[in-house]
Design a protein. Structure first.
Length: 201
């Protein structure tokens, strides 16, 4: 093998590794660093854009029909997870509980990446298992609406196996009008809660 071939092979291997770690399963963290609103999808980069404009319809853990618009009025901390995840997703819930304890005005929202398995009944079981309070809203919807919301928030995911979904481990903080205030990998900076648009206690 010539030196040029070896260099090309090394570059190809390096790019393959980067592609692999970009979207990971629940056993690994995905994005290497927290991202603010400037790191979101193109639509969310527009400061005028609200996820409440998506117009999708969901079911919550009580079986009630909900729109994203119904969350308007208070800041929202949102995660897209799936209930039978055993590694990264529980860590996201733990971080959300920390925020819940520290900021009484924040709504906590979990959106399932696996609507095929995460029925409203399963979401209710998950809420009981995790000891989630009535400040939490757990949503499941159709595949297209899940995909649209994930794309809007810059969250990448794919089914890795029958039981596992590889996905970005991103928490999204929304202001009261559904605009992205900050995104972080597995955590949200406390600085985000001090912005005038959030006005949190």
């Amino acid at each position: 093998m010539t030196s040029t071939s070896r260099i090309r092979l090394a570059v190809a291997l390096y790019l393959s590794v980067l592609a692999y770690v970009f979207v990971t399963g629940c056993a690994r963290h995905s994005d290497p660093a927290p991202r603010g609103a400037t790191g979101t999808a193109a639509a969310a980069q527009d400061e005028r854009f609200s996820i409440y404009d998506l117009g999708s319809t969901w079911r919550d853990q009580t079986g009630a029909e909900r729109t994203l618009e119904s969350l308007r009025g208070k800041p929202v901390l949102l995660a897209m997870v799936y209930t039978h995840c055993t590694a990264v997703c529980p860590l996201s819930v733990t971080e959300m509980k920390r925020v819940e304890a520290a900021h009484s005005d924040v709504r906590l929202v979990v959106v399932s990446l696996d609507p095929e398995h995460d029925s409203p009944q399963r979401l209710a079981e998950f809420a009981r298992e995790r000891g989630l309070s009535n400040r939490w809203t757990l949503l499941t919807g159709n595949t297209n609406d899940v995909r649209d919301l994930a794309a809007t928030l810059g969250i990448r995911y794919r089914r890795a196996s029958a039981d596992d979904i590889a996905h970005s481990n991103i928490l999204t903080l929304l202001d009261a009008d559904g605009r992205v205030a900050q995104q972080g990998t597995g955590a949200i900076s406390e600085d985000a809660f001090q912005t005038p648009t959030l006005s949190l206690r």
